[in-house]
Design a protein around this ligand. Structure first.
Ligand SMILES: [Zn+2]
Length: 100
């Protein structure tokens, strides 16, 4: 997806992903999710002020009913631990954790 996928919370606390191909923030369905990885100890705890209970990566399969676009997105706490989005896009590319 390389930075094209965006989203926001709805009127409550649910997060919606917007189709990167459709205009006007068309909300995508989440068809599947899975646990991609899990680590008992989050390796960044020693370097951060906050403490994560464990390391995880969740993967979601997204689908747009309007245009038919399907893609996958991951949510993880074993990659970037902070910093700016522009740095995540340009400095290291994807799946590379921030340097502490
Ligand atoms: Zn779409």
């Amino acid at each position: 997806m390389k930075g094209k996928l965006q989203g926001a919370t709805d009127a409550t606390d649910y997060f919606c992903f917007f189709c990167p191909k459709c205009p006007d923030r068309e909300i995508m369905r989440i068809l599947e999710y899975g646990e991609h990885a899990k680590e008992n100890i989050n390796k960044y705890n020693a370097h951060c002020k906050s403490k994560a209970k464990y390391g995880f990566t969740l993967v979601f399969k997204l689908h747009c009913e309007k245009c038919g676009h399907t893609d996958f997105v991951k949510v993880s706490n074993t990659g970037w631990q902070g910093g700016k989005h522009s740095e995540a896009l340009s400095r290291y590319g994807h799946n590379k954790p921030t340097q502490l």
